[in-house]
Ligand binder design. Sequence first.
Ligand code: IMP
Ligand code: MG
Length: 186
Amino acid sequence: MKEVTYQGLTFEPYITKEDIEKRVNEIARQIESEFDGSTPLFICVLSGAFPFASDLFRSINLDAEISFVKLKSYEGTGTTGNVKQMIGLTDDLTNRNVIIIEDIIDTGNTIHSLLEDLKKKNPSKIKVATLLFKPDALKKPVKPDYVGFEIPNKFIVGYGLDLDGLARNLPDIYILKDQNNQNSKS
Ligand code: IMP
Ligand code: MG
């Protein structure tokens, strides 16, 4: 696998699509055993979580539903700290078992704000599945229930994760190279 460059920043291969697929299947088996018989409602957090949600949802062998919210907090490689709801949720969550699907938990602001909103809708249970988790960046008291990979506090792209809208279509995950190792070609 080769390095990729976006907006003059170089990223190196970090997690292969094969490793992602293996981990997604393991998480699916775990969810199936915990939610058997309860028709859970998955909520995919757009935009970044759509490939993970698509793979995870299709690998769940239970009666299940999926819905979508669209939130935004990042600009460039940094969080703005303020979570905007671009598309809201209209589903009735009363007495439902809900599983939020996120691409990544970084500061935790996004998931914290979404959890506060969803709790008001009286679900019977809310769990959080995130493909990636940066424990060193966490600023809110949130603990994801299903984690694909714990990663260092560095910027990554691919498999849904973007740099200002780009790189979401990469099938593998890439990590930002250290600035002093960045070469000048773009
Ligand atoms: P948080 O609110 O700081 O936890 O950030 C969550 C959101 O920020 C994620 O859903 C992503 O959309 C975005 N994000 C956080 N870290 C990264 C990263 O390393 N690459 C790309 N997007 C990221
Ligand atoms: Mg996101």
